[in-house]
Write a protein that binds this ligand. Structure first.
Ligand SMILES: Nc1ncnc2c1ncn2[C@@H]1O[C@H](COP(=O)(O)OP(=O)(O)OP(=O)(O)O)[C@@H](O)[C@H]1O
Ligand SMILES: O=P(O)(O)OC[C@H]1O[C@](O)(CO)[C@@H](O)[C@@H]1O
Ligand SMILES: [Mg+2]
Length: 946
């Protein structure tokens, strides 16, 4: 036999044939981990055969590898090996690894552990040195271990089947059961209004549940399905059932507004149906109403099952098994009206739809000099209206949280709209949240608003009600990410749930996914409604999250800028400059707009430095910004003031300092990527020699690469991600239509794999290659195997195309074209690969709603930073004019960023000296590693280690 590898021969190679129930896979993983005490380095779930591998015969660590080849019937694998053997090809470790399910580990170690764990097994040392070990777990799956080393070539190993007489499992059942006790039957339901991203959430929940060894179910048609029950409404879901769901809008498992569930009898029926279906954990994806229902359901559960037991509707066994309702909420609603979270799944997709519509309306409004009153959804919450107001720089808005009397709002709106018109604005946009009310709680309708605009200002006014368009369409990148991360976190939460732990809901605070108590969130959400009902509007606003309040203040400051008396006394008003540095990024213009308007509202003079530091050094390109000049910039891509990659040192530091002192800048706001970061470092260091730089300086990160140290988010990265995701959706569709086609997509991002990693998560790409990991031939070979198997299994039927994403700098050798060529050569005409290079389209056209609104928030924070740090930075010298540096002075030159759940300013000194890989132009700490693992998990990618 041509196996040459001594290590392999002297070790024992094990394969596990698993009963054809993939849901049991995770239990096998736990079986290894918990019963046998092996450390499982990697695991995955995608089919019936489980591969276990250890790198060395001495290894006691078993690395479980599951690749798509598990999906190939054992006979097919055997045939493949036979084929190789016939060709008398030498089988080395790698060939085996790719073709066979096997492992080497010391048999003794394994057997010792099986014995120690009282797991029944049979050994059959009758074929040379071969062993066959059968293990039957208490759930009935047969795990057959057999020796590959000696049976290879006979195909015997591959025909390992369930033994005719399974070994007696009774004695070990208990211990194994203990090990798999955390496995549950998890059901997911979508409820309330549909929201883009709900499908992505369901997909993540189903796949993560299967991966963790659970059975996954979907409850169709929301609570109605639960109340009706039975196999029509409560269906087991498999891995492939949710294929292609990531991008789709709406909810494929249906949703409903169910009155019956509001009644106790309805919840009792739901309780029985869940128990009958054997569900032990329920994940509800919905809005405030759905989670209120879920909260009530859990609170009532003990009394519901007691009642069902006493009336004989459930057995004692069922009663004992289901004493506790394990429930978790994932937040799916366009309204974003739930407390204790910054965002709900769907709210940013809806916001994107609204912004797009208003951008369209802008053009026609401008043409006719018209006013438009636009009604947006949100029920009793003003989040959509408020964010749309900021993202489109609307003139006025009505939200339920901030009503005033009819007279007051009429006067207020007319004052602002008239002032804007007087300054030359040709159009008027007023946004009305559907739940808008006056202070006496009577609704404020679009008709009311229109009448005031017509009667008092004589404006030609139209009403546009956006309606359900706002709920339609594909999920934007943010919602896909949020939905996926929430889904995976929800499965963890229900697996870890105990009767003592209050039911969680999964929320997001800034950039961090966190668990929050459902009861508390529901209570807080209800208290907003109560505060509004009792006309305590100050309380209502304070109960919305802090970002909401901040955005509201920002909007009010910006839309009254330049005609009201500025809020700062004259002596505190400053000259503040803004500059764009580096490549263009979505949101740069919005940052300049918000910076300028906020400066006006405070009384500062805003200056724009045009065309970066080169513009300043060569052309003295400094202009004050005026209100009408920046009008409409929020929705424009690129950089209106011009951007340039040159740093101050490259442009001429001395001239820059001269220009700074000439204009007597009191503060500087830089908007840009890594070049802006380097520039800030240079200016801060030059403070010792150039007094002109002894002013507060702050960088708003803006780059599609998202590689600036000190932040997990940069302006433009969301716009870029959405452009790339739209592009990938389109070519994936083309690939699917062509059948048997894979696209290798080249992503920008320099040495940062951020964009490629997140795009993989958002598009469900088979793989992504990034500079942080580099590219190995082994991984490429593995991914090609996965492609081969999935195309083979599809047999041309599947609707889904395949994508592989590659960062432009993932490898110097394996270029995008080379990868496609290798795939084509390996595919042997069973499928083909083509390249797709979106290039600079990734810098995006119109900035995304997220980049626009975050730009506004960051720009205003930056101005506040200048105000607060002016004294320290400007007084950092002694009587002889010598620079006195100190930590406090260092802290006046900062990067403004989001790190985990905080928006914060970090000194450039700290970041540049300790947190930067200067040569590679990236941050040291790569925060998206988890994202990569989750993306791989959800597409069943096998990682061969980096
Ligand atoms: N107080 C409650 N008690 C029991 N069930 C409730 C309660 N409130 C809501 N539900 C259930 O949740 C369903 C959805 O609620 P609702 O219509 O308020 O939507 P939502 O979840 O808030 O989502 P969205 O607001 O985004 O449409 C209701 O139809 C009902 O079945
Ligand atoms: O689709 P329906 O049942 O008409 O409900 C509309 C409501 O649903 C939402 O779209 C989501 O809650 C609200 O914004 C809106 O008030
Ligand atoms: Mg709601």
């Amino acid at each position: 036999m041509p196996v040459q590898d001594d290590t392999l021969l002297s070790g024992i190679c094990l394969a596990v044939y698993y009963a054809p129930n993939r849901a049991l896979f995770g239990q096998t993983v736990r079986f290894y981990e918990q019963v046998l005490g092996f450390e499982v380095a990697q695991h995955d779930a995608d089919s019936c055969v489980l591969e276990i591998e250890a790198a060395h015969q001495e290894a006691t660590t078993i690395e479980i590898k599951v690749d798509a080849s598990r999906a190939i019937a054992a006979e097919k694998v055997a045939a493949n090996i036979d084929h190789l053997l016939k060709k008398e090809q030498e089988l080395d470790w790698r060939t085996l690894q790719r073709n066979v399910c096997f492992t080497t580990a010391k048999l003794d170690t394994l057997i010792q552990r099986l014995e120690a764990a009282s797991v029944p097994f049979q050994t059959r040392p009758d074929k040379l040195n071969a062993y066959e070990v059968y293990v039957v777990d208490p759930l009935g799956a047969v795990v057959g271990f057999t020796d590959v080393a000696n049976t290879i070539g006979t195909s015997q190993y591959f025909r390992c089947k369930e033994p005719e007489q399974p070994p007696d499992t009774a004695s070990s059942a208990e211990s194994v059961l203990k090990a798999v006790a955390t496995a549950k039957n998890i059901a997911v339901m979508t409820s309330g209004g549909d929201a883009p991203g709900m499908n992505a959430n369901v997909r993540a929940i189903i796949r993560a549940a299967i991966y963790k060894g659970c059975k996954a179910y979907a409850v169709y048609e929301g609570y109605s399905g639960l109340v009706k029950g039975g196999p029509e409404y409560i269906r087991e879901m498999h891995w492939n059932d949710v294929r292609g769901w990531l991008a789709e809008g709406g909810t494929n498992i249906g949703t409903a507004r169910c009155m019956e569930f509001k009644e106790r009898w309805g919840r009792s029926a739901a309780c029985k149906n869940m128990i009958d279906a054997g569900i032990d954990a329920l994940i509800v994806c919905g809005g405030d109403g759905s989670l209120t229902g879920a909260d009530l359901f859990r609170a009532e559960w003990p009394s519901l099952i007691k009642e069902l037991h006493e009336t004989g509707k459930i057995t004692t066994q069922q009663y004992e098994n289901h004493k506790h309702l394990n429930i978790c909420g994932t937040l799916g609603s366009i309204d974003n009206d739930m407390s204790l979270t910054d965002a709900t799944i769907g709210c940013y997709s809806s916001l994107a739809r609204i912004c797009k519509a208003i951008d369209y309306i802008d053009a026609t409004a401008n043409s006719h000099q018209r006013a438009f009153v636009i009604e947006v959804m949100g029920r009793h919450c003003g989040w959509l209206a408020l964010m749309a107001g900021i993202a489109t720089s609307a003139d006025y808005l009505f939200i339920p949280e901030k009503p005033s009397s009819h007279k007051d709002w009429s006067d207020h709106m007319c004052e602002i709209v008239a002032a804007h018109r007087a300054r030359g604005k040709r159009k008027t946009i007023v946004i009305v949240a559907e739940g808008a009310i006056a202070s006496d709680l009577t609704p404020v309708t679009c008709e009311d608003v229109k009448n005031v605009l017509v009667d008092r200002l004589g404006l030609d006014t139209r009403i546009t009600t956006l309606g359900h368009v706002q709920r339609g369409g594909n999920a934007v990148a943010y919602d896909r990410i949020l939905a996926t991360m929430q889904g995976v976190a929800a499965v963890d939460a229900v697996l870890e749930g105990t009767p003592e732990i209050p039911s969680p809901m999964i929320s997001i605070i800034e950039n961090k996914i966190v668990r929050k108590p459902l009861v508390e969130a529901v209570k807080l959400t209800k208290s907003v409604a109560e505060a509004i009902r009792s006309k305590d509007f100050a309380k209502a606003i304070s109960l919305r999250d802090s970002e909401f309040v901040e955005h509201l203040h920002n909007f009010m400051a910006m839309n009254t800028a330049d005609f009201r008396e500025p809020s700062l006394p004259v002596e505190q008003r400053k000259k503040i400059a803004i500059i764009n540095v580096g490549a263009p990024a979505g949101g740069m213009n919005s940052a300049v707009y918000s910076f300028a308007t906020y400066c006006f509202s405070r009384g500062h003079t805003p200056y724009a430095i045009h065309n970066g530091f080169t513009g300043l050094a060569r052309h003295d390109a400094v202009r004050t910004l005026d209100w009408l000049g920046v009008e409409g910039w929020t929705s424009i891509g690129g950089s209106e003031i011009g951007t340039n990659r040159k740093t101050p040192e490259e442009a001429d530091l001395g001239t820059i300092a001269y220009e700074f002192s000439k204009y007597k800048f009191d503060g500087l706001v830089l908007v840009g990527g890594f070049e802006a970061f380097v520039s800030l470092n240079q200016l801060e260091k030059a403070r010792a020699n150039f007094p002109a730089f002894r002013i507060p300086m702050v960088l708003i990160p803006a780059t599609i690469s998202n590689n600036v140290p000190g932040t997990e988010y940069s302006l433009g990265s969301d716009t870029c991600l959405n452009s790339l995701v739209d592009y990938c959706d389109a070519i994936k569709q083309s690939a699917a239509a062509t059948r048997n086609r894979c696209f290798v997509v080249e992503c920008q991002g320099g040495n940062s794999g951020y964009i490629a990693s997140y795009a993989q998560l958002c598009c469900g790409a088979t793989a992504s290659y990034v500079p942080e990991e580099g590219m190995s031939l082994t991984q490429l070979a593995q991914d090609i195997e996965t492609l081969k198997v999935s195309f083979a299994n599809d047999q041309g039927k599947s609707k889904s195309g395949r994508l592989i994403l590659k960062s432009e700098k993932a490898s110097d050798v394996l270029t995008t074209k080379t990868i496609a060529d290798i795939i084509n050569s390996e595919a042997k005409q069973r499928f083909d690969a083509k390249t797709a290079i979106p290039g600079h389209a990734q810098q995006g056209g119109i900035p995304s709603a997220i980049d626009r609104t975050r730009a506004a928030r960051f720009a205003i924070k930056a101005v506040q930073f200048v105000e607060q740090n002016n004294d320290i930075a400007c007084n950092a010298e002694n009587e002889f004019g010598e620079f006195l540096n100190s930590p406090a002075v260092s802290n006046t030159a900062c990067v403004l960023g989001i790190e985990r759940s905080h928006v914060k300013f970090t000194a450039i000194r700290q970041l540049y000296d300790y947190e930067t890989e200067e040569g590679k132009r990236v941050r040291k700490n790569i925060f998206w590693k988890d994202i990569r693992d989750i993306s791989d998990l959800l597409v069943g990618r096998v990682s061969v280690g980096h």
